[in-house]
Ligand binder design. Structure first.
Ligand SMILES: Cc1cc2nc3c(=O)[nH]c(=O)nc-3n(C[C@H](O)[C@H](O)[C@H](O)COP(=O)(O)OP(=O)(O)OC[C@H]3O[C@@H](n4cnc5c(N)ncnc54)[C@H](O)[C@@H]3O)c2cc1C
Length: 440
């Protein structure tokens, strides 16, 4: 059992996509980084649909080849059935040359974490951070419990900078008591589970049995339900199905009742019920995440950075979560690298980083939530991001925003930012195609 060092330059809490990528960026720059992960990897995680925007971040850390070699399912785009209107988008119509992916997250996240180790990060599984003592601003103390032995010993490690990538546990936001839950109809919970032998939606809008996966490219299938939505994401040997509903929808239900509600809802929905008709639910696979729409207005400080889901969470309808995590890892580590070179400016770097990350979260939130009100979105920051996004990405997102009724605010902001006009002519009909029927 390797000993955990007594100090390091940067301590990362959590080994999900945010934490592992941050550790990789730092280690590759020759910075002494320690990552403590509470679970033993590979560990399960939800969030299996990845959009092609992730590749630019995996290229930066050099992990792309390892992801490609794993042979995850390449997805061609998405189909939505929203308020009975059917839309399809295909990445290739926009000029994307690389696919989206449907990934088993235990395997995907493990590839990223192993890459951090091989890049020189000091990674420890089964070590949970318990508390952070900021009384010494130059060298805060991180108190952890080492669960690798029989004794669950507590230990201390000092670091100059800390990255909280603890996912929805939001370790620092909870310690600082700054985590805010969105209290509106857009505060959702999710129930998800896995099926064997489900049919999948193909790129040609037909449905296929799982054994056709080697011949037909799948798409992610999303459908509105009451005030929420469902997803169907085919994986290599099972299918992930999730139901997102307002948080009070399952109030008072116990585990069994939730499972019944989930199965009944899925079996009654048009299209989805056809995809699931020959399928068997994998018993015990149902999971539940309540009250998951949250944010914080304090995610970076002179000696800490909260990234990925530790900083905020947006309803994942547009599959932005992993991309956000990778983006945050890139900008936070840039700020830390500069701060290590010039400590006098570290507060300024952290403020710049906070503004960048809030901009990105605001963008996702404006896209995914209908009436976001003032819930953690700074419209001016979002508009300035819209003006600087690569046209390829902006166009895809703008078209995707037309596939649901969630993005009124987003389109309003895009209009105000003056970025809609450039696509008026190039928005060919087939890129934003509304279709009459699906042949499931
Ligand atoms: C229902 C649902 C569906 C989603 N669907 C999608 C999707 O289709 N596409 C997409 O891109 N995103 C999706 N997401 C979001 C995506 O899963 C997350 O954004 C992504 O996992 C964030 O990565 P992360 O590294 O910030 O956090 P995580 O992946 O959660 O990793 C955090 C890690 O920190 C560890 N940790 C926590 N506390 C401690 C501690 N005290 N000490 C040490 N370690 C600790 C945890 O064990 C965990 O491994 C979905 C999310 C939900 C809830």
């Amino acid at each position: 059992m390797n000993a955990i060092p007594k100090s390091c330059d940067v301590l990362v809490i959590g080994g999900g996509p945010a934490g592992s990528s941050a550790a990789t960026h730092l280690a590759q720059a020759g910075i002494d980084v320690v990552l403590l992960e509470r679970a033993i990897f590979p560990r399960n995680q939800v969030g299996e649909s990845l959009i092609p925007h992730i590749w630019k971040f995996t290229d930066m850390t050099g992990v792309t080849k390892k992801i490609e070699e794993e042979g995850f399912l390449a997805k061609a785009g998405g189909i939505t059935v929203w308020d009975n209107k059917i839309h399809q988008i295909l990445f290739s119509d926009f000029g994307y040359t690389r696919p989206g992916l449907h990934v088993e997250r235990d395997i995907f996240d493990n590839i990223l974490l192993e890459h951090a180790t091989s890049s020189g990060a000091n990674v420890f599984n089964h070590v949970a951070v318990k508390n952070i003592d900021f009384s010494d601003k130059e060298w805060p103390k991180v108190i952890y419990t080492d669960k690798r032995g029989e004794n669950n010993d507590d230990g201390v490690i000092r670091c100059q900078y800390m990255i909280d990538a603890s996912g929805h546990s939001s370790f620092l936001a909870n310690q600082f008591k700054v985590k805010q839950t969105i209290s509106s109809e857009y505060n959702f919970l999710s129930l998800w589970g896995y099926y064997k032998n489900a049919r999948f939606a193909g790129v040609d809008r037909q449905s296929y049995s799982a054994d056709a996966l080697s011949e037909v490219k799948p798409v992610t299938f999303v459908m509105s339900v009451e005030n929420g939505w469902v997803w169907h994401i085919v994986l290599r040997d099972k299918t992930s199905v999730g139901l997102v509903v307002p948080s009070d929808r399952t109030k008072g239900m116990d585990k069994q009742q939730r499972e019944l509600f989930f199965k009944q809802t899925c079996s009654q929905l048009p299209y989805l019920s056809k995809l699931l008709k020959p399928a068997q639910f994998i018993e015990g696979s149902l999971q539940f995440r309540p009250d998951y729409s949250y944010y914080s207005n304090n995610i970076c400080g002179e000696n800490y950075y909260c990234i990925g889901d530790a900083a905020a969470f947006v309803d994942p309808i547009f599959s932005h979560g992993v991309q956000n995590a990778l983006y945050n890892a890139a900008v936070a580590t840039l700020a830390i690298k500069e701060s290590l070179k010039n400590k006098k400016k570290r507060l300024r770097y952290s403020q710049l980083c906070e503004s960048r990350m809030q901009q990105f979260y605001g963008f996702s939130r404006a896209l995914s939530l209908g009436d976001f009100g003032s819930h953690g979105v700074n419209p001016d920051l979002v508009k300035s991001l819209m003006k600087t996004l690569p046209p390829l990405e902006l166009e895809l997102i703008l078209v995707a925003s037309e596939m649901t009724n969630r993005s009124e605010n987003f389109r309003k902001l895009a209009r105000e930012a003056g970025v809609l006009g450039q696509f008026d002519k190039s928005f060919s009909k087939n890129k934003r195609e509304q279709i009459d029927a699906l042949h499931f």
